[in-house]
Design a binder for this molecule. Sequence first.
Ligand code: UDX
Ligand code: UDX
Length: 470
Amino acid sequence: MKICCIGAGYVGGPTMAMIAKQCPDIPVHVVDLNQERIDAWNSDHLPIYEPGLDEVVKEARGRNLTFSTRVDEAIRESDIIFISVNTPTKTFGIGAGRAANLEFIEKCARQIAKNANGHKIVVEKSTLPVRTAEAVKRILSSECSGATFDVLSNPEFLAEGTAIDDLLNPDRVLIGGESEAAIETLCSVYARWISRDQILTTNLWSSELSKLTANAFLAQRVSSINAMSALCEATGADIDEVARAIGSDSRIGPKFLKASIGFGGSCFQKDILNLVYLCEHFGLREVANYWEQVVVMNDYQKRRFSEDIVKTMFNTVSDKKIGIWGFAFKKDTNDTRESAAIYVCRDLLRERARLCIHDPRVPESQIRQELMAACTDMSGHLTEKDRWLVENNVSIAKDCYEAADDAHAIAVLTEWDEFKTIDFEQVHASMHRPSFLFDGRNLLDQASMDALGFEMHAIGKSFNRKNSPN
Ligand code: UDX
Ligand code: UDX
């Protein structure tokens, strides 16, 4: 058996590396159009930062794990072909801003149809709208090359930052399909390290929809706790205490109840908008409106945080230096796609703040690129003022101290563990007074920061807590 995967991104790369590690006898070939990305996968500096990934890749690369741009050859040689290309939200035409752009999926299916010989199992790894497999099947059968196909849906549930553990010990693996034989072939790969009772099999459509549903439920929990954080700030309740109290109800459970500046990442918003579009397509307006609120609440939370910063700092941040700690969408990743930090920074820039940004893993070019993109409207227009602000009012710091030096405020936007062990006394000494500290991740200990003299504001914690009834 031979496996290939089209798309060497955050999902395709780690997933295939794990399959290659666990199945040393199965050649696994990861292909991508992007030569630079492939070169990075073949180097000592992998294109993505993910704890534990280096070791897994090093173990399998050169043995049974290959990275290349030879897509046609990989298709011809493989029995199982995973499609793991990106499916961004459409920015043009019908469904712009909501529907998934399936251009890359269609191109892959056509390329597979053109190059395939014999029998191939085509596996959708990318998150897709329900019934995409129908289109993939039609495209595959349109070439009349004599090749035959089975299409399976095998969505990925790994989260960035914990991808290796999620792949090694998944809660479940989901495989949807029509052909028992094809399902069994894919099951037999995962069964090398995952127990059979954790491998769920369903029909194609349930599998496709389950991935969208899982992401919608997870994002909904974040929006729910963030909604309550606003109420906590207004009433003197403490969001961490509320989360602990509700999370110990076994029906609710403790995970995914951390209030924040809003969820980011390449999946949650894209998948919910896609779900909303699907519901509208099927005439289910109330269902669409219900899920759309999860994104509306998330946008509110991001905006609320930057507005609170401005209000707290005497209604102006113009020409004030603000140290930004963290830019990635969560800790332990270099991924910034849809990071809440982007929008908080953009809004502060438009208030004319001077931002000095430090993230342990995100390079300067990526930060500037994200900010430029966030200032660009749907038609591709970037105002001269916004460009000027990103070019002149953003600087990048090598560490947290430099970001905070001579600043009026610090905003913690990603929950990197290393931010907890900073010498806060030194930081405080280098800042203006009052030394504002806005903790967008509830990462830091409020009492210690108060004691050092910071004026700390945290999500879901009323600032006037000392005067609150308790
Ligand atoms: C994944 C999933 O596939 C997506 O559906 C999900 O919603 C988010 O996660 P991800 O791996 O994070 O995507 O995307 P990305 O890191 O952008 O990787 C996709 C790769 O596919 C890129 O390296 C891109 O160059 C490659 N690609 C894209 C191709 O090789 N061929 C194409 O036609 C299009
Ligand atoms: C998510 C899903 O968890 C994963 O199963 C799916 O395959 C892809 O999408 P990912 O986006 O990588 O994974 O990370 P996740 O840990 O889910 O975090 C998403 C966002 O929500 C981050 O910005 C994170 O900071 C935020 N979040 C998460 C919170 O604000 N609070 C929480 O309690 C949990």
